[in-house]
Ligand binder design. Sequence first.
Ligand SMILES: *[C@@H]1O[C@H](CO)[C@@H](O)[C@H](O)[C@H]1NC(C)=O
Length: 374
Amino acid sequence: MGFTMSLNLLLLVAMVATNILSLYHLSSTIQTSGKPPTPPPVPDRLLHQLNTIRATINRLTRLQPTANPATKPTAASATLPPDLLLYSLLSPIATSCHNHPDLLRRYMNYTPFSLCPQDSDGVAESLILRGCHPLPRRRCFSQTPPKPTSSLSHNPFSPSLPDQNVVWDKYTCKSFNCLVRSYPNLGFDLSAEATRSMIYRDDLDLQIPQLLQIAKAANSVLRLGLDIGGGTGTFAARMKLYNVTVVTTTMNLGAPYNEAVALRGLVPLHVPLQQRFPVFDGVVDLVRCGHAVNRWIPLTALEFMLYDVDRVLRGGGYLWLDHFFSKGVDLDKLYAPLIGKLGYKKVKWATGIKANSKNGDVYLTALLQKPVSK
Ligand SMILES: *[C@@H]1O[C@H](CO)[C@@H](O)[C@H](O)[C@H]1NC(C)=O
């Protein structure tokens, strides 16, 4: 008991020390990329976190009458991993729900043991996107569509998805047809999706039969995959037809993506991009990063993401960056070196100008193979 306590104390003191150190450190090192130097302001939530930690320490100190001198935290302050603070800054651990009390209060404002309120303004999605993930559990019954169809297709490319299986309240569109008509490129037009990654237009395209061929020739079996930011699940859909099981991470930003994936008979994972993948180390054969993974993700967050991809991939598995876009100069100076750090074999590396881009963006499509052993 006493030991656990002093260990906790040690950790907390060390964390505060590193927090303060790293604030200085971060402001000087984070922008080394030749961009205009705009020192990042210290976010309120970090200060808030610091205060919470200080308060906890004070409380613990009061509870701790005689700290063992052998476990004094002097050495620990020096050895606490700086990545802990860095990651807390990108995606605060456990505290981010409390950093959005109004949203959290709205989310948890319900009558226990009855029907959950309609999430018409997407409070759940907003919390998750702000790093509050997993959301707290609630003891209420989630809203279900009143008259769902019981005949669900096993065909992941069925010509249409049943509208009556979705609760549409929070979306402007009230049917899949509306989504197809109003936003033809969101992936809800399943007849258009049927050709995705199957036809060759230019070198940026990697056709799925070609991918399977490459893996086969390298004696690397593809059975399990993860599609990051996979929209309506078209990659998983196509791979299912080749007997490869792919799970798709997808958010419901403005449209029922998770429901669409599920109605196609595929597994949707409702996790944001900054979330540690809920998959164990070294278990998947293939990870695909689609359009959602691009230069909009802050560099350091992207770095943590790529290392998490590496974590879930088995040795000999493949990482497919499918049409990653960024500015050309950043691709050379930032992203290519970042990807290079993984030490993967470049099976394919194709770049090209992104059509209609005002910012001079380029695309990268890369197929990379994780080495069998480090
Ligand atoms: C997928 O598995 C089924 C059932 O085992 C088999 O009939 C089918 O040929 C397989 N498809 C491919 C593309 O391997």
